[in-house]
Ligand binder design. Structure first.
Ligand code: PMP
Length: 426
């Protein structure tokens, strides 16, 4: 197989791509790249959790974790994650197994509870509730909006985070815009890290809605793939300094640190917002699972322990990202058919193909036995207006499978891309 993109005629390039695709189909692959799950090797890194806390049940502050109580979660675990999430310990809650659940609950309580700090009325009593959705973004954020009938307004992501000129303009004039989804570090899916200036502008911008909230989903706070260990500015302090102390809700979890879906989730915000959530979460549950929190505290030990553990993840993940990058470069460099991100952390690569080709690439891949995240999933309503963004999740497959997958995806990109170019010429 050779791509010969520089010298061959367009017809020859298409023929070659089709031959490569036939060869791909003959391999009868059955590979799945749909979701960004940790691999079994990554989960094995936390195997000690399975035998913790052993016969221990007392936390460092003598809390008996077997019993009810401790609505904010274990202090020692909150202390451990406070520096990573940039939330003071007294305003950081360690809760259940899922940060997505906390985002869901914040929406439920904003709609149905008594008012959010700063709100004139419940969101259920508003004529219209809209959220800004930086795109490409995380499909489960969009699914939450759909669930609650929240109108989604896409805004473009730049290398520095959401396009702040667009964001500032929209929120200044539209009181129906109540929030924005932000994945500030190594964002899902395109790996963007918000610049200090973006954080400053998010904190300071005037908003028509007095109860505007930034849903700051810091899911990849410690998930570095390089030595750089990017930090993103402290949104809570920036908001407080700007006179908007209640503007940001910070979320995080250990889902991609220990066990996905069996970790510990965090919520941090202003004192008023924490009291607000605590009031409602206290109705929903008498308290979090402190035994799981103790298990995590004993396993991770301290802030340096978290860093050490994440370096082990990186040793597994980095070669996978490098493999995808290498195979894409071998097959696609110089073709003009695609570009892709080389993220410094997080779980995803965004492959951008020629306009109008993403769905076709995903279809071709499925027919060759490679399941990809549906094209459009990165956009509200599943509609990518350019039909060009494909989310690649390299974490789960082994290196050999990943090489096959990246090769197969690149073949599909070449078939779809050269067919599109041929159709344009026809
Ligand atoms: N937010 C983002 C941006 C994610 O990528 C994920 C996991 N894919 C989650 C939240 C889910 O986190 P949790 O398991 O804590 O609900």
């Amino acid at each position: 197989m050779t791509t010969n993109a520089g010298t061959a005629t367009p017809a020859a390039l298409l023929d070659q791509a089709r031959r490569d695709y036939a060869a791909l189909q003959s391999q009868r692959l059955s590979l799945d790249l749909t979701r960004g799950k940790p691999s079994p090797a990554q989960l094995d890194l936390a195997a000690d959790l399975l035998s913790l806390p052993g016969d221990r049940y007392t936390a460092a502050d003598d809390t008996d974790c077997r019993n009810y109580g401790g609505a904010l979660g274990l202090t020692q675990l909150r202390e451990m994650f406070s520096p990573f999430l940039h939330v003071p310990v007294d305003r950081l809650m360690a809760m259940g197994n899922s940060s997505l659940e906390l985002m869901h609950d914040c929406l439920v309580h904003a709609f149905l509870g008594s008012t959010l700090p700063g709100a004139a009325r419940r969101w259920a009593d508003e004529e219209r509730v809209a959220f800004l959705c930086p795109v490409p973004g995380y499909d489960r954020h969009f699914a939450l909006c759909e669930r609650f009938g929240i109108e989604m307004i896409p805004v473009p992501l730049t290398d520095d985070g959401p396009d702040m000129a667009v964001v500032a303009d929209l929120v200044r004039s539209d009181p129906g815009i109540k929030g924005i989804w932000c994945v500030p570090k190594y964002s899902n899916p395109d790996g963007t890290c918000y610049s200090d200036e973006t954080v400053r502008r998010l904190a300071t911008m005037p908003t028509a809605a007095e109860d505007f909230r930034i849903f700051w989903d810091n899911a990849y706070a410690v998930h570095h793939l390089t030595d750089e260990e990017t930090d993103v500015a402290d949104i809570l302090t920036a908001c407080a300094d700007a006179g908007h102390p209640d503007r940001a809700f910070v979320f995080g979890s250990t889902s991609k640190i220990t066990f996905a879906g069996a970790g510990v989730a965090f919520f941090g915000s202003s004192a008023a917002n924490v009291a607000w959530l605590r009031h409602y979460s206290g109705k929903r549950s008498i308290g979090p699972d402190k035994m799981n929190q103790l298990r995590h505290a004993l396993f991770l030990q301290d802030t340096e322990g978290v860093r050490r553990h994440m370096r082990r993840h990186r040793a597994i993940l980095r070669p996978k990202f490098d493999t995808v990058n290498r195979v894409f470069a071998e097959q696609l460099d110089g073709t003009g058919l695609a570009t892709w991100t080389r993220p410094k952390g997080g779980y995803f690569i965004v492959l951008s193909v020629l306009q109008g080709c993403a769905r076709e690439v995903v279809r071709l891949a499925a027919e060759a036995g490679i399941a990809l995240t549906p094209a459009g999933a990165t956009h509200p309503g599943g509609e990518d207006p350019q039909d060009s963004v494909i989310r690649i999740s390299p974490s789960y497959p082994g290196l050999d499978d990943l090489q096959r997958i990246a090769h197969g995806v690149a073949v599909c990109v070449r078939v779809a891309g050269y067919e599109k170019l041929a159709a344009r010429r026809a």
